[in-house]
Ligand binder design. Structure first.
Ligand SMILES: Cc1ncc(COP(=O)(O)O)c(C=O)c1O
Length: 469
């Protein structure tokens, strides 16, 4: 939440344009009293998980993904069993980070218990084992996104991957007056790295706008390209609105103009299948922790020819072929970009996470989540005073809303009080917030281990909260 380190229950008058009485009025009730209102909301098990009986069975909401029961899947995520102040945890902050299944947690322990050693150095048993697990992880990542292993660089996360691409490849292409094309939907991590190199080189950012639904205006997008354009980057899925961008079409436009493209796939990778060759994308970045893997590990995919043309981003051990005090020869990519001891266990844990997703099937996950987010949109649209921010036709992962007469922080704190974790704030995407005349929204964000019952409970809680007492 965007409210510092303390709970913010206070009503913020500047955010309310409406004089309706607040359902929970901070000026009249203590925190304990406010929490005592909460039991009026149905317990999770009482909330109807399914549509009413008159709905055709084929339209009923699913309880399994790819033939695996949702309860069985949830049992793999130990943290989902915990309670928050006596309420079952409902975790709707998956865009910030996902939870980890026991398969990932156990894989990390196993590595430290049985395989730990540094990589690409020594020849003893543990070192060989660790190196082969690290390289097997690279193979798993490459297979997951349809790439070749030597096109995968391990980084700390999507942010570092984007910085690497900007500093190592794009910066050397720029001259004063050149342009880089972004979109209004970008996370700050896909704005600032480009801004910094543009400033350094006297280049400029051009920004594709969106319509009121939060979708890119494609006719305008094509017009942004000209003979000064040197690079384009865009998010596959907006972390603030959930918009899925028409990646293939946008990449084709860039390529027709002779420009390479990076896709920020941080919010796409755990929700929809990705194939870099089908997309024909030049670079792609994502973080392990947003797809069930550990924190501190991420991926930069880059076409071999481009990666080999890029300059090393950081230099030191492991990335060199030969060093004298007079000169150094670097390895080819990917080693050229992995200076120092890498996050070995992070890569191994990420491979376990991607194995888990592969076993369920990304198509199955996408189909289930599609229904879940449609159900969430339908459910929340019945909440009095709730206004969606952005209504894209293709959406995954997240949705954003504001509630009349209530600050975003208060809504999130109310939900937190009954065990429902959502994010309120600008979601590190201030340009798109401000495009809609806002500084912040409430953002529930979903994963395949969330249930229709949990969504129904959030809807019911918000209906309750939005009603005057
Ligand atoms: C779309 C998008 N890009 C990039 C990032 C940065 O990811 P990380 O903080 O894991 O580097 C995020 C994080 O929320 C994101 O949502």
């Amino acid at each position: 939440m965007n409210s510092g380190n303390h709970f913010v229950w206070e009503y913020q008058p500047n955010l309310s344009s409406d004089s309706r009485p607040l359902p929970i009025d901070a000026s009249k009730h203590t925190t304990e009293e406010k929490l005592s209102f909460v039991p009026q909301i149905l317990a999770l098990e009482e909330v109807p998980a399914f549509l009413p009986d008159d709905i055709q069975p084929s339209e009923r909401l699913p309880m399994s993904i790819g033939g695996i029961g949702i309860d069985q899947i949830r049992a793999d995520f130990p943290i989902l069993k915990r309670t928050v102040d006596g309420n079952p945890l409902i975790y709707f902050d998956n865009a910030a980070t996902t939870q980890r299944p026991v398969q990932v947690i156990n894989r990390i322990s196993y590595y430290y218990l049985h395989e730990n050693a540094n990589v690409h150095r020594s020849g003893h048993t543990l070192a060989r084992c660790s190196s082969s697990q690290f390289e097997a992880a690279r193979e798993k990542v490459s297979a997951f996104i349809g790439a070749a292993p030597n096109e995968i660089v391990f980084t700390r996360g999507a942010t570092e991957s984007i910085n690497l691409c900007a500093q190592a490849y794009v910066k050397q292409l720029l001259n004063p007056g050149d342009e880089i094309i972004l979109t209004l939907l970008e996370h700050h991590s896909n704005i600032v790295p480009w801004q910094v190199i543009a400033e350094e080189k006297g280049a400029h950012l051009r920004v594709a706008t969106v319509d009121q639904t939060g979708q890119i205006d494609m006719a305008e997008y094509a017009k942004l390209f000209n003979n000064r354009t040197r690079f384009a980057s865009f998010t596959y899925v907006s972390n603030a609105l959930g918009t899925v961008l028409p990646a293939q079409e946008m990449i084709a436009i860039a390529h027709q103009n002779g420009v390479s493209v990076l896709i920020d796939a941080a919010q796409a990778v755990s929700h929809i299948p990705i194939n870099v060759y089908e997309l024909d994308v030049d670079f792609l970045a994502f973080s392990g922790h947003k797809c069930l893997g550990p924190t501190g590990i991420g991926v930069l995919y880059g076409k071999s020819a481009l990666m080999n043309a890029a300059r090393p981003y950081q230099v030191g051990g492991s990335m060199i072929a030969d060093v004298t005090f007079e000169r150094t020869f670097f390895h080819k990519s990917p080693q050229k970009f992995e200076a120092g001891t890498p996050n070995i266990v992070g890569a191994v844990g990420l491979a376990a996470a991607l194995n888990y997703l592969t076993d369920i099937g990304m198509d199955n996950i996408a189909a289930y989540e599609h229904k879940l987010i449609e159900y969430a949109t339908d459910t929340l649209s019945t909440v009095p005073g709730l206004r969606f921010v952005g209504m894209p036709t293709r959406r995954v992962g997240a949705l954003s809303f504001v509630l009349d007469s209530h600050s975003n922080d208060n809504v999130a704190e109310f939900l937190a009080g009954i065990g429902i974790g959502v994010r309120a704030g600008h979601h590190c995407a201030q340009p798109i917030m401000r495009h809609f005349g806002l500084e912040a929204t409430v953002r529930p964000s979903f994963a395949f281990y969330n249930t229709f019952r949990e969504v129904a409970k959030m809807g019911e809680a918000l209906r309750y909260y939005s009603k005057p007492l």
